[in-house]
Design a binder for this molecule. Structure first.
Ligand code: GLU
Length: 470
């Protein structure tokens, strides 16, 4: 059979097939982003499949993080989630078909015999592999079937030839069948094993492109042989290089990777995350900042990176800051309002303007909420800031400013600027000499955007109260 990829006329169908055995982190979710983007960009379908057959390690909490994380990032699926545990009957049905067609045979080799075989092979410096003892061949006499032993079922891997595919990331890969032994595809209790379930699913779900982590490259030739035994053409494969953490190790929960939902809880924007993750293994020229739509317009499987990408939190924060800055104030205010409300702070209609004024100095919506909070709750300046800026020398000027501000015809930026200017002139001060103490008293910190703009967004009463509090 040929290695021709699925016909391009076919409707593209991709899938994300996570195992819910740990909290899904950024390295894992990137394996959802690319198949999602490819399906969307090709007007195809994206399927979510939960590979939950490892009963001991799979948890509902991990499934929840997958589903919540994908929903938050806007990686919407067209079908699923399908759960492999709910498809056991189907796997057994296909297994029976394979068996009837002679592609599967029972193997009674015990664990002890397998261990002994492995040891002999290792001692002889050979690659450990099943030796075909129970593989029926014309003219071969099989050992007597032991009493009371439930066999595993093994897949009759072809003995000769090569399995080859044109990987969209790695290029052509060829594996000699002689390298592959006969895989166990059903356990003694009849439950099918991983590689077999994946193939049945990919066939039933009519997957045209498998885009997944390159830790599965070794499974691919085995899966392709199972496809062929089932008289199906395998899909196109794209195996993505690993995502490394900041220390250069494979990203994993064990070495500090955070669940993807934690970024949501820390104030990152879904579009910024999509942008950042997209660049971890794919590029469009030198473009670093792009919208979700641009990503979908540009994405294809031809520009996937071949080498491992490294996570960089500082870059992620920078990307988030760029998206935050570009966001519409009203839309941003909705996100910031949610953060404030979680903190028990009730915002009002000043919030969009507050977001507009502070957004270009913030990396996350939480940082923006920290600023916004100074407009809705009491501020607590640090004693050292008070000592440094609210000096006895400047206190008379603060009183003057309060008096002028009390008189302004309208509480707006222009009138406030005029009151400040007048105070500076009357006290012979330079802007920073007055602006710093006012900021400390009103905002709790000496560094803010321009004073008139900040004060215009504060409530008059609060400003006057703060200026007269020292
Ligand atoms: N369940 C596998 C994993 O989480 C993915 C299998 C696949 O994409 O084929 O690594």
């Amino acid at each position: 059979m040929s290695d021709k990829p699925a016909s391009t006329a076919q409707r593209v169908r991709t899938r994300f097939a996570p195992s819910p055995t740990g909290f899904i982190h950024l390295g894992n979710i990137r394996s959802a982003l690319y198949p999602w983007a490819f399906a969307r960009s090709q007007k195809g379908d994206f399927i979510l499949r939960i590979e939950d057959t490892d009963l001991e390690r799979s948890t509902q909490a991990a499934v929840d993080v997958i589903i919540e994380g994908m929903a938050w990032l806007g990686l919407d699926h067209d079908e699923g989630p399908f759960y492999q545990m709910q498809r056991m009957d189907r796997y057994k049905e296909v297994l029976a078909q394979l068996q009837a067609a002679g592609h599967v045979y029972p193997c009674y080799m015990s664990v002890a015999e397998l261990d002994a075989l492995r040891e002999r092979q290792m001692a002889a410096k050979q690659k450990p592999r099943y030796d075909g003892t129970w593989r029926p061949e014309p003219g071969k006499t099989l050992p007597p079937v032991p009493e009371g032993v439930q066999p595993v079922l093994r897949f009759r891997n072809p003995l000769d030839g090569v399995v080859a595919w044109d990987d969209k990331v790695k290029g052509r890969i060829e594996i000699a069948n002689a390298e592959l032994d006969d895989l166990v595809i059903a356990r003694p209790d009849g439950t099918p094993t991983y590689n077999f379930c994946v193939v049945v699913d990919d066939i039933d779900m009519a997957i045209t492109h498998v885009i997944r982590g390159d830790d599965h490259v070794n499974n691919t030739p085995r899966q392709i042989n199972i496809f062929r035994a089932l008289a199906q053409e395998p899909p196109v494969y794209a195996h993505l290089p690993t995502v490394l953490n900041e220390q250069g190790e494979k990203m994993s929960k064990r070495n500090g990777a955070k669940p993807v939902t934690q970024y949501r809880d820390e104030g990152f924007l879904p579009d910024a995350m999509v942008n950042y993750l997209a660049r971890l293994g794919w590029s469009h020229g030198d473009d670093e900042i792009f919208s979700r739509q641009q990503f979908l317009d540009w994405f294809n499987l031809d520009h996937l990176g071949r080498s491992a990408a490294q996570f960089d939190e500082a870059k992620l924060r920078w990307v988030n800051a760029q998206h935050l800055k570009a966001m519409d104030d009203a839309a941003l205010a909705e996100l910031v309002a949610a953060v404030l409300q979680q903190r028990g702070v009730e915002p009002d209609d000043r919030l969009p303007a507050i977001c507009g004024l502070f957004k270009d100095r913030c990396e996350t919506t939480h940082m923006l909420a920290d600023w916004a909070q100074a407009f809705y709750t009491e501020v607590h300046p640090k004693p050292e800031d008070l000592a440094a800026h609210v000096t006895d020398a400047v206190k008379p000027a603060l009183a003057t400013l309060a008096a002028h501000l009390e008189q302004v015809a309208a509480w707006d930026k222009a009138s406030i600027a005029a009151a400040i200017k007048q105070t500076l002139a009357e006290h012979g001060l330079k802007m920073p000499q007055l602006a710093m103490p006012v900021r400390v008293l009103v905002m709790g910190t000496p560094q803010t955007p321009s004073l008139d703009a900040v004060l215009a967004l504060q409530k008059t009463k609060k400003v006057l109260g703060s200026l007269r509090s020292h």
